[in-house]
Ligand binder design. Structure first.
Ligand code: UDP
Length: 479
């Protein structure tokens, strides 16, 4: 007699930072909506932030749960309870935190042994999981939280080393072997990532590459129509197995679900929506620089003045490492002068909820890949303001390939915006984003991409199908 095989059981294990946890929890939900029993593996403090999202998924009939493993922060020399990158007292502790994740190895292996899932989807920043999974004969799939474009461009630089042939940090070079002519300078990335495989961040990247090669494949939060030439390049020329399953943020459909994604927002959904509802379509610029950027006060002041001088409506998400309630980082009288046309959110914003509102007409972004893809999904043109990580690569995709954005003008990699943008540069970029014929043309292209993104995750869409391909590959491996 024919008996249906039990549903696939997949573990999803994110690196502990908001920009990693958020899309991987989305991924877990997406898997659940494709009939998989999916489990997010994380540490106790991170679990507390997930409860609402998991509850929402379950109410929508999606099979997702969470399993926790202890994170001995104190043993790693970190403050007690410091279980996420955004809880670090200083960004200088990044490598220490990254290394501390090795302490999760024993508990993870025990969990894999007990539960025997069909697959472990683990973050690229947890390279040791490849060995754990291999030891227990569980296929390990890598979740790489960036674009095919960035993966191809970074691999080209790592292998061909074009940055070694220029005579200064600011002399541009073309990234070899890409389908488009993409120019870069040494100031726009951390060359130590690829130039010193023996220690520090270079060793981290070398371990990630090694771990990727040992994996069953890579799941990418992107969609084919966004970057078709780079999907092909990654798969056929670089010979890597990969599935594009995004944009994963599109798994949230209603206001309540969008409003509770990530952390607890510093503004209520209804207050935020009421403000947006009072504005004309496409008339609001939304500015947010991800989960970790803390601009110096001088930069915050220049953003404020630039926004004021632009004359546009705006929502500006401000994050400050210290300073309490003081507003002396804003020009005097700023909040009174922009009252009614400017909304400041101090802390966490319900980003997807805001981006999806019809009144929002442009996005000023630091080019973190999640934000970029959320902006693309919402059909928005962007001002690109890259700072660190692989953000300058993402900028090139937006401005150079998709042509849906304008750069604010940063050219130097820096964690917290040390490449200062003056208020007139901010004003100019915001005006270019919102006013004139070129702005309309960019908006038209962005809208089209947004429609394509939504179709990609619908039944028979390219990402929907590729997720089904991944599940079929896992099922056939089971037999
Ligand atoms: N995010 C949010 N509200 C905020 C800041 C960030 O919802 O106030 C979310 C954003 O939607 C995205 C993630 O946090 O999903 C940030 O990831 P991204 O890759 O854009 O940047 P990172 O924080 O990793 O630099």
């Amino acid at each position: 007699m024919y008996s249906e095989s039990p549903p696939l059981r997949v573990f999803v294990f994110p690196f502990m930072a908001p920009g990693h946890m958020i899309p991987m929890v989305d991924m877990a939900r997406l898997l659940g909506s494709h009939g998989v029993r999916s489990t997010v593996v994380t540490t106790p403090v991170n679990e507390t932030h997930l409860s609402k999202t998991i509850e929402n998924a379950r109410s929508a009939g999606v099979d997702v749960d969470v399993k926790t493993i202890p994170f001995p922060a104190a043993e790693a020399g970190l403050p007690d309870g410091c279980e996420s990158i955004d809880m670090l007292p200083s960004p200088d502790l990044f490598l220490q935190f990254y290394r501390a994740t090795n302490l999760l190895r024993g508990p993870l292996e025990q969990l894999l042994e007990e539960e025997k899932p069909d697959c472990l989807i683990a973050d690229t920043f947890l390279p040791w999981t490849a060995d754990s999974a291999e030891k227990l004969d569980v296929p390990r799939i890598l979740f790489n939280g960036t674009s095919f474009f960035a993966m191809c461009a970074m691999e080209s630089i790592r292998v061909c080393k074009p940055h070694k042939s220029v005579s200064s940090d600011s002399e541009p070079f073309v990234i070899p072997n890409l389908p488009d002519e993409i120019w870069m300078t040494r100031t726009q990335f951390l060359a130590e990532l690829w130039d010193n495989e023996e220690e520090g961040l270079g060793k981290m990247v070398a371990d990630m590459i090694d771990s990727a090669l040992k994996s069953f494949g890579t799941v990418v939060n992107s969609f084919k129509e966004l970057e078709p030439a780079y999907v092909d390049l990654y798969r056929s020329v670089m010979n890597r197995r990969a599935w594009h399953v995004g944009p994963v943020s599109l798994c949230y459909r209603n206001v309540q679900e969008k409003g509770t994604r990530g952390k607890v927002a510093a503004i209520g959904d209804s207050e935020c929506l009421k403000w947006l509802d009072s504005k004309r379509p496409d008339s609001v610029v939304y500015l947010c620089f991800g989960s970790g950027v803390n601009f110096p006060d001088a930069q915050l002041r220049d953003i404020a003045s630039g926004l004021e001088d632009s004359g546009q409506n705006f929502i500006w998400v401000i994050r400050r490492g210290s300073g309490g309630d003081s507003t002396d980082y804003l020009p005097e009288g700023f909040e009174e002068r922009v009252r009614g046309r400017g909304l400041l959110i101090r802390g966490w914003a319900p980003q997807v909820l805001i981006l999806d509102h019809p009144s929002v007409g442009g996005f000023v972004t630091h080019c973190g890949w999640n934000s970029v893809l959320e902006g693309v999904s919402a059909g928005l043109p962007m001002v690109t303001w890259p700072l660190s990580a692989e953000q300058f690569f993402n900028e090139k995709l937006i401005t150079g390939v998709l042509k849906t954005g304008v750069g604010v003008g940063t050219t130097k990699w820096s964690r917290n915006g040390e490449d200062h943008m003056r208020s007139d540069q901010v004003e100019k970029a915001v005006r270019l984003l919102m006013e004139g014929e070129d702005a309309e043309e960019r908006r038209r292209r962005a809208r089209q991409l947004g429609r394509t993104a939504k179709l990609a995750v619908e039944k028979d869409g390219s990402s929907y199908e590729d997720l089904e391909n991944l599940l079929a590959d896992l099922k056939s491996r089971r037999h």
